[in-house]
Design a binder for this molecule. Structure first.
Ligand SMILES: Cc1cc2nc3c(=O)[nH]c(=O)nc-3n(C[C@H](O)[C@H](O)[C@H](O)COP(=O)(O)O)c2cc1C
Length: 287
């Protein structure tokens, strides 16, 4: 990225912190050691660390004018035990009411997700927020339709003898597919579980870290949801159907051109969980 990056030498106190934090070696010290120089602006990935670390506002970055720089009051950061409590409290609570999730809460969840890091600071993540009940219904129908087609194909008596040896794990999951179809036929929603909002997280298909970036965004958003008292769960079934959706029906419905990597079903919970439970014993290798 070619940037019009400059150091205001009248403000620079030569603390060299911009040199220390820049991941792309954009800055270096002059031979005399007196001046910080912008040596390789073409390497800049726009992460803004140089601006964020500068106490005097000496780094002039065209992407980060003063209006986009905010001081951090570190005394206001949550204490480690508060962060841990949030992590322990976050659950996939699927006991939903049909009240709509307040628009401000959805915006905060999106903002939290958008704050997640991205590989090489690409920031290519896009979100699709669905709250229209008719569109949610269509997504559920398309997703279950894809599973039905999958089940038909897997059970086809001509194909089965050839497919089964190559994909035993998919055949092991056939009973789950059948259960999902049965639930749908009984008027239930096995995909979004009657959530009133859906956030899909997607990137251009050629983004090599699109999946990682999207799932980091997901987790940020889910923690914000928990702190707002909004329920969420990861829409794994929907993601599987998206992977199988060769005709891209769901993407077309929503006008999404890239790849959807993660989905969050959201709703106002019927009740909060009063307890958290322990996970399995942690498995860590230590050297
Ligand atoms: C990749 C992934 C896919 C998931 N897919 C679904 C899903 O399709 N439907 C659902 O109800 N929950 C889904 N979940 C939620 C998990 O069942 C849940 O995270 C797990 O049981 C642990 O519970 P907790 O989230 O409350 O800690 C998924 C979670 C992950 C991480």
């Amino acid at each position: 990225m070619e940037t019009n990056l400059k150091i205001d030498l009248t403000k620079c106190i030569r603390c060299k912190k911009c040199i220390r934090v820049c991941p792309a070696q954009v800055f270096s010290l002059s031979q005399s050691g007196e001046e910080v120089l912008v040596r390789h602006p073409e390497n800049c990935i726009g992460c803004g660390h140089c601006v964020a670390v500068c106490r005097t506002g000496a780094v002039l970055h065209p992407e980060y004018p003063a209006s986009r720089v905010h001081s951090i009051n570190r005394a206001k950061l949550p204490a480690p035990e508060e962060v841990m409590l949030l992590l322990k409290s976050r659950r996939s609570n699927r006991a939903f009411t049909d009240k709509p999730v307040p628009a401000e809460a959805l915006e905060q969840i999106l903002e939290a997700a958008h704050r997640a890091p991205t590989a090489s600071n690409m920031q290519q993540i896009e979100f699709t927020l669905v709250t229209d009940p008719a569109v949610l219904k269509k997504v559920i129908e398309l997703s279950t339709g894809i599973f039905s087609a999958m089940a038909r194909k897997l059970n086809n008596f001509l194909l089965k003898p050839f497919l089964k040896p190559f994909m035993p794990e998919i055949y092991e999951n056939l009973p789950r597919l059948r259960a999902l179809q049965a639930e749908f036929k009984a008027g239930k929603d096995p995909i979004l579980r009657h959530a009133t909002a859906l956030i899909l997280i997607h990137t251009p298909s050629d983004n090599r870290f699109g999946c990682q970036d999207s799932n980091l965004a997901y987790q940020n958003g889910s923690l914000m949801a928990e702190s707002l008292g909004i329920s969420q769960f990861y829409t794994g079934f929907l993601c599987i159907s998206l992977q199988q959706d060769k005709q891209k029906k769901i993407c077309k419905l929503l006008g999404i051109r890239g790849t959807i990597h993660a989905g969050m079903a959201l709703a106002v919970p019927e009740f909060p969980f009063p307890n958290y439970i322990d996970r399995q014993k942690i498995r860590v290798q230590r050297f």
